[in-house]
Write a protein that binds this ligand. Structure first.
Ligand SMILES: [Zn+2]
Length: 80
């Protein structure tokens, strides 16, 4: 486990890792946005987001609230 989040390699700091532990896209709280390329089937990690309610669209994190690393490099190509 890394000390800090790694937006290029996709690793998380211990606090982010712990908080993402129970995350699913269908419940409130933290989840991770994955995009699937329909041509290749490859999945791309695009960063964590937070939902206040299960029905929320969610808010992407620009930086990790625990280690402070800038996560915007993960967002390339998404319209936020
Ligand atoms: Zn972090």
């Amino acid at each position: 486990m890394a000390d800090k989040c790694d937006p290029k390699g996709g690793g998380w700091c211990p606090s982010m890792e712990r908080n993402l532990g129970e995350a699913t896209p269908r419940t409130k709280g933290l989840a991770v946005l994955m995009l699937t390329d329909v041509k290749t089937g490859q999945q791309q990690l695009r960063g964590p987001y937070y939902k206040q309610k299960a029905s929320d669209q969610g808010t992407m994190f620009n930086f990790c609230p625990w280690c402070g690393v800038d996560l915007t490099p993960m967002h390339a190509g998404i319209n936020l």
